[in-house]
Design a protein. Sequence first.
Length: 241
Amino acid sequence: MRRLPPRPELRLITKKKLVKETMAIAQSQDPKTEAERRYGNARKTKWFKPIVEKLAEMSGPGERCMFCSGSESSQVEHFRPKAIFHNEAMKWENFLWVCGICNHSKSARFPPDTEAGATIINPVTEDVWLFFFIDEFGNLTPRWRPELNAPDPRASKTIEILALDRDALQQSRQMRLVDLKEHIQDTLALYNQGQLATDILRVRCGNWLTLPFQPDVADYFLKGPGRDESPFAEFCAEAEC
Ligand SMILES: [Zn+2]
């Protein structure tokens, strides 16, 4: 998971179209079927394209999945499943841009409405690093809650539902962390020898943050709580970033 920028505004014409569709679903005799039908039809039309373009823009370079950051996004995800929340099938605030693995894994699960358990975390409206940390090996891990004597229940449920601990993904985060540390150590060594100016450190930091390879790891260690750890703390102090 990673933090995402705030949701941008859609053009008025697109917003009006979504409102019209939502009203038609609410007024239908069978809102569940109508939500599926209207959403399915909309995905094939031209007016829905700006919605996908805005989501892609939000997910940044390489259009990494808004849930796992590991794969290219290819599917519009209804954060609150349209099979349960029919009236949110056509709501902009309910759309995310995710990969097929996360979308398939989540399916229509949304505790506590569909099963027991804590609510899953929305990466657009919540700061994911309040719930997770990335350990020294690069693994995404729920934060420990001393008051519960247990890992954070929302983080644990989010990992379970989205399969965020799948092997390939954890390996990918581990590889990104090793790679990022090496680049930072090399850059700091050159800087300490007087071979690099401070503004080059900042340029490199920007490049690392936008690289479409597990951007969650770069965000955590360069912009999130991980920047207090070595060698990121030394780098961030020198780069003043
Ligand atoms: Zn994903």
